[in-house]
Design a binder for this molecule. Sequence first.
Ligand code: GLN
Length: 451
Amino acid sequence: AFLDQIERVDDDVKAFLHVDRAWSLDQARVVDARLDAGEKLGPLAGVPIAVKDIFCTQGVPTTCGSKILEGWLPPYNATVIDRVRNAGLVMIGKANMDEFAMGSSTENSAFQVTGNPWDLERIPGGSGGGSSAALASFQAPLALGTDTGGSIRQPAAVTATVGVKPTYGGTSRYGVIAMASSLDQPGPCARTVLDAALLHEVICGHDPMDSTSIDAPVPAVVDAARSGDVRGLRIGVVKELGGNGYAPGVEQRFREALDVLKAQGAEIVEVSCPHFKYALGAYYLIMPSEVSSNLARFDAMRYGLRVGDDGVNTVEDVMRLTRGAGFGDEVKRRIIIGTYALSSGYYDAYYGSAQKVRRLIAEDFDAAFTQVDVLVSPSTPTTAFKQGERTADPLAMYMSDLCTIPSNMAGNASASFPCGLAPEDGLPVGFQVMAPVLADDRLYRVGAALE
Ligand code: GLN
């Protein structure tokens, strides 16, 4: 049924970069055979899943939204891909994304622009806009995303879906093409809170293949999603994430959601996190610094595209020509910024200061979590904007992640849940919840109470 829905609507939505009907049906038959043989699979056995094209999938094209990886077939699976396969989920396709996960609209994909199913002329968020659009157009019931600065939560917010960034280290990054390794975190995307929790449980947990993976029990997210009990929960509204620059409809729906939680017995207080306003600036130094280093591996020798390999050019020429042709503008912009920020003489002024700001943000969270159990804010300042509206202005595009970035900087768990449609444009609004490290279950408690 989902493959049929893809055939019906994806020419218009453009959520998928790769769909192989026969391959997916074969995988489904394998799951059937495992069940027939008496294997005990979990509750998601047989459920289709869309996979952001940033995850390495053995023998299945993986581009990360970039021409530089066109035609590359990974020789291995990411850990989370193995986990969803072992649990019996069936990959239904690779979802579109901003090139190397850099963007907030999926317009930086080298291949296609994805439409928001609520209004195809608007953006479905980014970088995981293919996944959010696939969910919102019923082309898949579940999706896998990654969140470096908001790429799971912001697409969820603008499509009225659920997106969760687990605690950093909660899910394995092994086999996930790296953007900024100290911030990247894979997580579940779904249409309901319980669906997200069930997927969360499948993909999370310690992995010796990722040195930053946390060796601790997975928080009881499914129980939390089933309970939705927020009685006595102390909810802190972050004072700095609201007001000027936030759309009136976003503020209104956010406030109404607070009333819903209060009516169910939660205690709402206002909390100040004075350093959150510096998060965006620090992120745009730390992230590109890691990008410039991580993307050095695309050297024309190992993966995908190779330009100028005609026996005349030098190795350096081939690298320069391939990277020149293979990377898009936003990727080049970030490599240049990162290389500059890390260069000797500037390192302390830029990268060093940004790291200090990062610490102050983490301390804001620590202080807040002595007073409250979770922090909340709108997920994004505005609803989905029109395609093309921010492409010429990178700074306007970067503002999309104002609310989501602090959690990546501090590594704590965070999620976006639907909280209605803005009255002025009828478009979805997202409610962000932030919880302490390894308290991911609290996100689901609040999400279920709002659903
Ligand atoms: N939109 C943010 C950026 O462009 C976040 C990306 C992400 O989380 N991968 O960097």
